[in-house]
Design a protein around this ligand. Structure first.
Ligand SMILES: O=C(O)c1ccccc1NCC(=O)[C@H](O)[C@H](O)COP(=O)(O)O
Length: 258
C-alpha cells in the first residue's frame, strides 16, 4: 500500500464516523446557510508572487513540526504578512489537523482559505463549504477515472475554487484535460516522500499560459521562492518553513517580494 493509499484509507474511516453523525442532506442544508465563498483568483493573478501560507502541525515525512496551539493566531500573522490564501491541513491522523482548525481560522481572518485534505468524496467538499473554506485541494493521484471530473464539478457547484494537484506528466495532462484554472505542482513524491526541487520547472511548461501555477512543497525560503517565480510560478504554497520559523508575517512578506 502506498503512503497515499494508507492516508486515504484512514480518511475514509474517519469520514464514515462523521457522516453517521451528520448525514449528507443535513450537511448540505447547513452549508447552504453559509456566506458565498471568496474568489482567490484575482489575488493569485495579480502581478508578483503570491503566497499560500499553510497551518501544518505534523507530516508523514517529518513527523511533528510545530505545536500551533492557536491556529487563528498563526493565520492572523500570515494575513498580516500579505498571504493571498491560507491553507489549513484538516487531515487528523498524519497531519494532526482538524475541521475545528479551519473554523477557528475562518473566524479570525478574511483571507481566502484552502481546505487541505485528501478529498475523495462529495461529503468532504460539503464539509469544506460548511466550515468556511473557499478552496479545496483535489489530488489527481487520489482520484482515478471519472472521480476527478465528478468532484471538480461538485466543488464548482458549491462555489469552491479547486487547486488541482499534480506530481508528474500524466497527472498534468489530466489536469489540463479537466480545464483546471489553478494547478499545484507538488514536488513531494507521494511514494517516497522525497522532495525533488526540479519538479515544478519540469512540469510547468506543460500547463497552458492562462493556468495559475502553484509551486508546492520543500520551499525553505526566499531563494526557493525566487527560483520557482523565475520558472513561471504565480504562487508558492509553503508549510514547514513558515511554521518552524520565528516570524511568519515577515517570512510571508519576504517570499512575496522574492
Ligand atoms: O508533507 C508531507 O509529508 C506530505 C506527505 C504526504 C502527502 C502530502 C504531504 N504534504 C502535503 C503538502 O502538500 C504540503 O503540506 C505542502 O505542499 C507544504 O509543504 P512544505 O512547505 O514542504 O511543508
Amino acid at each position: 500500500m502506498s503512503v497515499l493509499d494508507d492516508i486515504v484509507a484512514g480518511v475514509r474511516e474517519d469520514l464514515a464516523e462523521r457522516e453517521s453523525r451528520t448525514p449528507l442532506p443535513r450537511l448540505r442544508e447547513l452549508a447552504s446557510l453559509r456566506p458565498e465563498p471568496r474568489d482567490p483568483m484575482p489575488a493569485f493573478r495579480a502581478p508578483g508572487l503570491s503566497v499560500i501560507a499553510e497551518v501544518k502541525r505534523s507530516s508523514p515525512s517529518k513527523g511533528h513540526l510545530a505545536e500551533i496551539a492557536d491556529p487563528a493566531a498563526l493565520a492572523t500573522s500570515y494575513a498580516q504578512g500579505g498571504a493571498a490564501a491560507i491553507s489549513v491541513l484538516t487531515e487528523q491522523r498524519r497531519f494532526n489537523g482538524s475541521l475545528a482548525d479551519l473554523r477557528a481560522v475562518r473566524a479570525a481572518v478574511d483571507t481566502p482559505l484552502l481546505r487541505k485534505d485528501f478529498v475523495v468524496t462529495e461529503y468532504q467538499l460539503v464539509e469544506a463549504r460548511e466550515a468556511g473554506a473557499d478552496l479545496v485541494l483535489l489530488i489527481v493521484a487520489a482520484l482515478p477515472g471519472d472521480e476527478l471530473d465528478r468532484l471538480h464539478a461538485i466543488a464548482v457547484e458549491l462555489g469552491l475554487t479547486t487547486l488541482v494537484e499534480v506530481h508528474d506528466e500524466a497527472e498534468t495532462e489530466r489536469a489540463v484535460a479537466l480545464g483546471a484554472e489553478l494547478v499545484g505542482v507538488n514536488a513531494r513524491n507521494l511514494k517516497t516522500l522525497q522532495v525533488d526541487p526540479d519538479t515544478f520547472g519540469r512540469l510547468a511548461p506543460g500547463l497552458p499560459e492562462q493556468v495559475v501555477k502553484v509551486a508546492e512543497s520543500g520551499i525553505t525560503g526566499t531563494a526557493d521562492a525566487a527560483r520557482h517565480a523565475a520558472e513561471g510560478a504565480d504562487v508558492v504554497l509553503v508549510g514547514e518553513a513558515l511554521v518552524k520559523g520565528g516570524d511568519p508575517a515577515t517570512a510571508v512578506k519576504e517570499m512575496r517580494s522574492a
